[in-house]
Design a protein around this ligand. Structure first.
Ligand SMILES: [Zn+2]
Length: 157
């Protein structure tokens, strides 16, 4: 426990690191080197370092088939085609996650903005952000990096 406390102390002393994806408290957990090997460079930078892919670059933007959008890091289903919409932002957008337990959120104060960061609840992999300018019925817009997702076509409930 002292290790964890000193780690938290170190993080508190380095506020610019505070937005980095938390590790050590998720069911699926790998070292940075293992994640890098599993994900490849681009997905690693998004999922584990909170990078944002360039807009209009993900093939999942135009994905219109029925199916599940699962975490690229651990395959947990995160979003459904039933909740996807065309936001025009250049990133895959959803008005709700597949269920509330699938995702976690943190407050992201990077880039002089206050945003709500969205990550996978099982591996902590960064997905994107959620904004309150989405369509009905939730009014939410989950703005998600396609690199953080894998699409599994199929019937959805
Ligand atoms: Zn995950």
């Amino acid at each position: 426990m002292t290790d964890r406390r000193s780690l938290l102390g170190a993080l508190a002393a380095l506020p610019f690191l505070a937005a980095a994806a938390p590790s050590g408290r998720f069911a699926v957990n790998f070292t940075p080197a293992e994640w890098q090997r599993r994900l490849g460079k681009d997905a690693y930078e998004v999922l584990r370092e909170e990078a944002t892919e360039r807009p209009f670059t993900s093939p999942l933007n135009k994905e219109k088939r029925a199916g599940i959008f699962a975490c690229r890091g651990c395959a947990l289903p995160l979003f459904s085609s039933a909740h996807k919409f065309e936001s025009g932002t250049g990133w895959p957008s959803f008005w709700q996650p597949i269920n509330k337990a699938a995702i976690g959120t943190t407050v992201d104060r990077s880039y002089f903005m206050v945003r709500t960061e969205v990550h996978c609840s099982r591996c902590g992999g960064h997905q994107g952000h959620v904004f309150d300018d989405g369509p009905k019925p939730t009014g939410l817009r989950y703005c998600i990096n396609g690199l953080a997702l894998q699409f599994i076509p199929g019937k959805v409930a």
